[in-house]
Ligand binder design. Structure first.
Ligand code: SF4
Length: 63
């Protein structure tokens, strides 16, 4: 699976980082940074959770 982050939609809520600090980070403005584009295993599960939690629709998954 591939995770896609649209930094223009991100509002810096940080829920993705809460879901997985291995996959997501935030820059100095709080906007999402993708650390791993194609997470696997537990990281993939956490990334899917982040997609469902993101309040701005900035994250999506492509299989
Ligand atoms: S959860 Fe969504 S809005 Fe919040 S920082 Fe992550 S990508 Fe941005």
């Amino acid at each position: 699976m591939e995770i896609i982050a649209d930094r223009d939609l991100c509002i810096g809520a940080g829920l993705c980082v809460t879901s997985s600090e291995a996959v997501f980070d935030q820059d100095d403005d709080g906007i999402v940074l993708l650390l791993v584009g194609e997470p696997e295993g537990a990281d993939a599960d956490a990334a899917r959770q982040a997609v469902s939690l993101c309040p701005s629709g900035a994250l999506r998954v492509e299989e």
